[in-house]
Design a protein around this ligand. Structure first.
Ligand code: ADP
Ligand code: MG
Length: 702
């Protein structure tokens, strides 16, 4: 957000950089200009005053700092050293340091007998502690000593280090850069925000974030920079919402008509929950205002989002419009098509389906019926986005999504209509509030926070491989009661082949242990043709098979109420939200349901916490929060592509409070001055432009 020619200066003009290092900085760290280097903030700070001694080490320790003398250096692997180890000794013991990379450089620079400060995470091996690839720095290096006690640690890469652009090298560049920082750099936040929230001025914040004098100053600098970042994220999202509402008139759906009433009174298979009713009211209100609805519907797995979607579509039909529903997979689109078709059977409403495997003749007819307006509801996959899919008059788009689309991709689905339809986005699982406020910050939100009545809590247990026979025994007794069972294997792209082998081995083992004719087993995986997949699914849905062995293709949305047991193999390899999604496949009927997480015997800390969380709670909102904390926002499915996580300093797992405050401020500013025309606000528009340049991926199509 920084608008000053100093920031735009190409990085090679910085003293100490030059063409070669500039090239490395550009290609490795995306640093093209002074401004880019300035926002290459430390990701951690070392407290130079805090040291551990070797006899205090334990595996539980995070990254720590130790002072000692190198008493031995041993190259391994013959002439071409492939591994280097060194022994560090302090008064209390010895510690091994190990390098597998950059070995030659390390060998040349390490000095036997030298005193060093070592930083890294200790692990123990055969009762001895070691640190692999420690950060290491010789004591007596004059530069170290004049530093404050907090020293920034910068992200770097192997290639950077080869040009001495390790963390220390980058810090040196930052120093040069900051020394030349103009004394008058334009402030990027309006003065009223600075004083209201007691924020550190920009110049001081930039200096302090790189070269903090103490904890307090660092905290103030971080707060200010995070505030700035999140404020502009929110201002941008909310402003685009304001502009959208002005730019597009929504279709007026102002009264509930006969189709809706007939369905509601005569064909609704159950009483709606209060939450479903409330959400429908919100949707109806939105669509009846003349504004374009853009609403996010959040609800836990099984909370009944589909019925809300269907009823909303009927409202739109009553006003003379068409509607469409987009699902993330073909299986799910089919399932929606079948179940919605069944529900509407007695009502004369034409429902169609369009997926990648629709035959071309059928497709042609369908597209014609769509244009003539005969086809009222179209269900499908991504195929719906294609240009040739043209509606006569579409009133509502429902996106039942698993992948989180970027702002622009969502727009692509509805922008093609001359007159824009209303949009309802349904998340497959709850997402944490901070993510909802950023990923979907331009949308209004509805929440279904209640499950349909009579659902029994799913009982979740965690079992190790050694308990497999007992698990099989349990499966048999449930099958004897007439239940059906899913057995799910992970599918991770990098090891697709391995996963496939695991799945097929598991399938064979189950076929051996559950022999015909008593037991019948379906198998579904990514290598099957869609028709074969569908055939296997149908056998299971119809109850012709009792066990469904599958990869995560069944993850999203399939509905088989009689299936009451979910066995997740290698559960430690799944993320929390995925586990929760999978578990949501059961517990849909009246029977007590179970979820069994199978895992290897030895699990790391995070994996144990995931298993425990699953056993402890069935609440998707709680699980989403824990997931975000465990994985960080960058790893959550789909968020990376959405580009929104391109934040330089704010951390969506921790900065909830700042996010709330900045959203509030942005809301208030736009409320009073929607076009940012007031004198004190015009500069916000310039800031937003710069912000967009600096966060180019912000709303990139994923
Ligand atoms: P999700 O929100 O995960 O998409 P679904 O819409 O698939 O959930 O609903 C899950 C199951 O609950 C379906 O079988 C659906 O028919 C049923 N259901 C939805 N709403 C109700 C309700 N109000 N009462 C009883 N069952 C309901
Ligand atoms: Mg669903």
């Amino acid at each position: 957000m920084r608008n000053h020619k100093y920031y735009d200066t190409p990085i090679e003009y910085l003293k100490g950089v030059g063409p070669q290092r500039a090239e490395i900085l550009r290609s490795e760290l995306n640093i093209f200009s002074f401004g880019d280097l300035l926002v290459h903030y430390p990701f951690r700070y070392l407290d130079r005053s805090q040291f551990f001694t070797i006899n205090e080490l334990s595996e539980e320790l995070p990254y720590i700092q130790i002072r000692g003398k190198i008493i031995r250096i041993t190259p391994h692997g013959g002439k071409r050293t492939t591994r280097l180890s060194a022994i560090l000794s302090d008064n209390t013991g010895t510690l091994e340091l190990v390098w597998f990379q950059g070995v030659k450089w390390m060998k040349d620079s390490l000095r036997l007998g030298g005193e060093y400060i070592v930083f890294g995470k200790p692990t123990s091996f055969n009762g001895k502690y070691n640190i692999v690839h420690p950060e290491i720095e010789e004591i007596g290096n004059a530069e170290t000593q004049k530093e404050g006690s907090l020293v920034g640690v910068y992200a770097s890469t192997e290639k950077c280090r080869a040009r001495s652009l390790d963390s220390k090298g980058i810090l040196k560049l930052q120093r040069t850069l900051l020394a030349g920082l103009p004394s008058q750099i334009p402030e990027t936040l309006p003065p009223y925000l600075l004083s209201k929230h007691n924020l550190m001025p920009l110049r001081e914040a930039l200096l302090s974030i790189h070269l903090p004098a103490n904890e307090k100053q660092l905290a103030a600098a971080q707060y200010r920079l995070k505030f700035e970042e999140l404020f502009y994220v929110q201002l941008k999202l909310l402003r685009s919402k304001t502009l959208r509402l002005e730019q597009y008139r929504g279709k007026m759906i102002d009264k509930v008509g006969t189709t809706f009433h007939e369905f509601y009174n005569n064909h609704l298979p159950f009483e709606l929950t209060n939450a479903q009713k409330r959400v429908l009211k919100e949707i109806r209100q939105d669509m009846g205002t003349g504004k374009q609805m853009n609403r996010l519907l959040q609800g836990d797995v099984g909370s009944g989002k589909t019925m809300v979607a269907l009823l909303s579509m009927l409202m739109v039909l009553d006003a003379g419009y068409q509607a469409c529903l987009m699902a993330p997979t073909e299986i799910l689109a089919n399932q929606h098509f079948v179940s919605i078709g069944e529900q509407l059977q007695k009502m004369n409403i034409k429902v169609g389906i369009l997926t990648g495997s629709s035959k071309s003749a059928a497709r042609r007819t369908l597209l014609e019926e769509l244009q003539s307006g005969e086809m009222k509801i179209l269900i499908g996959t991504h195929a719906l986005i294609e240009d040739r899919v043209q509606f006569q008059n579409r009133g509502l788009v429902v996106i039942d999504e698993q992948h989180r689309f970027g702002v622009q991709q969502r727009a692509k689905l509805w922008m093609k209509d001359e007159e824009v339809p209303h949009v309802l986005v349904m998340t497959a699982t709850p997402i944490p509030r901070t993510l909802a406020m950023t990923l979907y910050g331009d949308l209004d939100t509805s929440v279904i926070d209640e499950l349909p009545p009579g659902r029994k809590q799913i009982i979740t247990t965690h079992r190790h491989e050694s308990a497999r026979l007992a698990v099989y025994g349990f499966m048999k007794s449930e099958i004897a009661k007439g239940r059906q069972i899913y057995v799910v294997y992970p599918l991770i792209e990098e090891s697709e082949k391995l996963d496939y082998n695991n799945l097929m081995q598991g399938y064979e083992a189950i076929c051996n242990d559950f022999p015909l004719p008593e037991y019948k087993v379906s198998v579904v995986h990514g290598k099957l043709k869609p028709a074969a997949k569908e055939f296997e699914m149908q056998r299971f849905i119809k109850g012709e098979t009792q066990i469904m062995v599958a990869t995560t293709v069944i993850e999203v949305g399939v509905n088989v109420p009689n299936a009451s047991i979910m066995i997740i193999e290698s559960a430690e390899r799944f993320g929390l939200s995925q586990l929760h999604q999978l578990r949501g496949r059961v517990g849909r009927g009246a029977d007590q349901s179970y979820c069994i997480l199978m895992s290897g015997d030895k699990l790391g800390y995070d994996a144990r916490l995931r298993m425990k969380t699953m056993c402890d709670t069935n609440n998707g909102f709680e699980i989403a929060e824990i997931d975000l904390k465990l994985r960080g926002p960058g790893d959550l499915a789909g968020t990376q592509q959405s580009g929104i996580m391109n934040l330089h300093i704010a951390d969506l797992t921790k900065d909830v409070a700042i996010l709330e405050i900045t959203r509030q401020e942005a809301t208030m500013i736009l409320l009073e001055d929607p076009h940012l025309q007031k004198a004190e606000n015009t500069f916000l528009i310039d800031q937003l432009d710069v912000f967009e340049k600096q966060h180019q991926n912000f709303a990139r199509v994923s």
